[in-house]
Structure formats: C-alpha cells, structure tokens
Design a binder for this molecule. Sequence first.
Ligand code: EPZ
Length: 422
Amino acid sequence: MDIFKIEGPTRLCGSVTVNGSKNATLPIMAATILAGGKSVLKSVPHLSDISIFGQLLCELGCKVRRGDNGDLCIDSTVIDNPVGDYEIVRRMRASICILGPLLARCGRTRVSMPGGCAIGDRPVDIHLRGLRELGAKIYLENGYIVAEANGGLRGKEIFLGGSFGSTVLGTANVLMAAVLAKGKTIIESAACEPEIADLANCLNAMGARISGIGSPRLTIEGVEELHPIEYRVIPDRIEAGTFMVAAAITKGQLHINNCRLDDMMAVVDKLRSIGVTIDRADGGCVVAGAGPIGTGHITTQPYPGFPTDLQAQFTALLALGSGNSVVIEKIFPDRFMHVAELNRMAADLRKEGPAVIVAGVKKLIAAPVMASDLRASAALVLAGMAAEGTTIVSRVYHIDRGYEKIEERLNPLGAKIIRENI
Ligand code: EPZ
C-alpha cells in the first residue's frame, strides 16, 4: 500500500494543467452503452475509478482499451450480460449510472445496490423513483436492483428533487433512460452540474434531443436510436479548485491551464473573499495566495452553489485563517472524516452536527494522518504542504481515485512529496 511523505512548509510556483473531469467521464462512459458501436472519449484522465468503470463495461460485454494517444476506446456493439456485479459496484458507487442506459438498451437489467460510503448515507431512491416514472418495473432481489421495461420506456413529466436538492447521478440515470423512451420527458429539479451538461451535450452529439441543458428543467424528445461518438470531456473543476487551494495554502502563485472559471464562480468568489487573487489568463487563470488567509462562511450546495467536493480542501485552508470560520455541509452532512486528521496536525476544528467551527491557527504541525476518502485525502496533502515537518499520509489509494499522479504534478511546482510503497 502506498503512503506519501510530505515535507513542509513549501511554496508552490509555476504552471499546471488540469485533466479531464472524472465526474463527467464516468456517466459518459455509461452513455456509450446506449449506442452499439465504437466510441472514443478524449481527455480522459488515468484514474483507478476510470479503470474500474472500464472493467464494469467489459463485464457487460463491451471492449474497452486505451489508444496510444491516451484516448479511451469503448466498443459497445455487444451487451450480452446486462448485470452490474456486486464485486465491482461495491468498489465504486458511480457504477449505479449503468442502470438507466442498460434498461433503455436491453429492456432488463440487474445492478447491485451500492453499499455504504465513507462520506455518509447515499441512497438511490430518487434514481429508482425516476425510472419507475418512465414505466420501469423495479424490485430488489438479493441486494440487486432488478429493472424491467417490457414494451420499452415511456416519456413523462418527472420531479426529481430530494431532501438535499437535486441528485447528480440520479439525473444522469433518468436522462440516459429517457433519450430512447417513447415520447417526451421533462425532468424537473434536474442537477445543473457542468458534468451533467457535458453528458447531455454528448448525448445530443450521439443523436439525442435534449433541451434546457444547464437548467433545472430538462426536456427530452425520445428518439429511435443513437450512434457512437468521438467526444472530449470537460476539464475537472474539482481538480482545478484543489490546485487553487494549493496555491493559497502554500502562499504561492500558480498558472492553472485548461480550467473553465465559468464552471467555478462560487469557488472563485469564496477564494477572493478570503484574500486570494484570481485573474483570468489564456485557457485558465493565475492564482496567488501571498497575503494572510482570511476567514469565511462556507455552505455546500448543489451547483451553481459551493461544491461539496471542495469542502474538505477549503476546511484545510481556513484552518490557517486569521480568525474563526464556519463550514456547513448541506449535501453529505457526515462528510467530515478529514476533521480529526487535521486536528492531529494542530488545527483547531470543532464538529457541530453538519458543520465545523474553524478557529484559525498560525501554523500546522506535521503528523502521520490517514486518508478516508478521495477529497479528504486531497485536504491532507494540501495541509501537509503547508505544515512544519514531515507529514505521512497513509491509504493514498483514495487520492489516486480522482487525481492522476498528484505528486508528479505538484513536485515540479515546489512541493516535496515522496510516494513510498510499504
Ligand atoms: C456526485 O455523486 C459526485 N460523484 C460526487 O463526487 C459529488 O459529491 C456529488 O455528486 C454531489 O455533488 C460523481 O459524479 C461520480 P447526489 P452522486 O446524488 O450523484 C442524496 C467525488 O468526490 N440522494 O447528487 O452520488 C444524497 O444522499 C464524488 O468525486 C438521495 O437522497 O450525489 C446526497 O445527500 C463524491 N437519494 C444528495 O442527494 C438519491 O436517490 C446529493 O447526492 C440520490 C441522492
């Protein structure tokens, strides 16, 4: 198992390029199921989550390979085993988004219910509610969701909101089922995340008829069939945000390439409000965190609000703020595994229900810490670069799920991160 040894404090300086988005790629990989044939996806990062999703598609009957130029080639001509096996689904919850496309393509599918998750309770009731509205018969059997659509799916007006607002992968599942359904579907309270807009744009390029993209009301006119596609996924706004925090927490200056600021206005606004400068630059931006880190109040919300996937990284940043801050987690109320670990590094964080009271400290002190999930581990790496001494981060496999070779991209900027296999 790999660990990171991180020397601190360091100051990051230079230029870094953002990879394609993991959370746009995964549902788009599922969408290739809808059109039998060879699709090619571009700008797909090399991440363990992407490899696992590739294995999942192979289990269904697809052929998945990486081209010499790094493109991801998916041949979905044959789908002869429409089953999402527990052994794969338990490793990656996003596997659930094969449910809608398999139902639309094969008329019947079995997909394992996703299990527990370090960031909290993650039911899929809204996914199932939406698919039932399209006429699917759905029941649970031995931990598997069995979905049948004898005679095909039928378009309908569907409200997809839940107690925490919209659902990203729930919207993806229902959208992918609706594109081949008979008639018109309206999805109200659809997720507006850029990753969902990218999926919808990709589906339209495959021959679907979706309008209202980027808004909470998606209208889908069902079509007979879709065709395979060559498509480039959008840049990863969460990776870009993580690099922005890296510049701020190390009081450095980074030119971040391939970053769409328009997808990140809530993040940019928050960074500017705590004293970080962000200027647009060719194909991205320049982020400088020279001055003292201010204080802030963060509440995570569905897009275009502040993303929950940057909450841990900002908590680490505010831990070094010049006073008290509050972080409220409205999407995954239990998503605070990083708090105890940051306190081991002499942060002063107090968890109060779905919130953390952050009393800013002058400095963080290195310590051995444990990664528990993808974004919490990113926060620990950021804290390690700012802390005095050598921080040991264990269970690094969590960070490899969402950041491609992070140490090889940060070290040229001035970080001192060593990966060791123990
Ligand atoms: C996506 O997960 C992302 N994953 C998550 O990123 C991200 O944190 C999340 O959206 C929110 O932005 C991928 O895109 C692969 P949701 P998803 O359904 O779709 C509740 C990362 O770090 N809910 O939008 O699973 C749910 O419990 C990952 O890259 C229901 O109650 O999240 C949560 O409180 C982690 N019933 C809220 O809605 C449902 O049927 C939003 O979850 C579905 C969701």
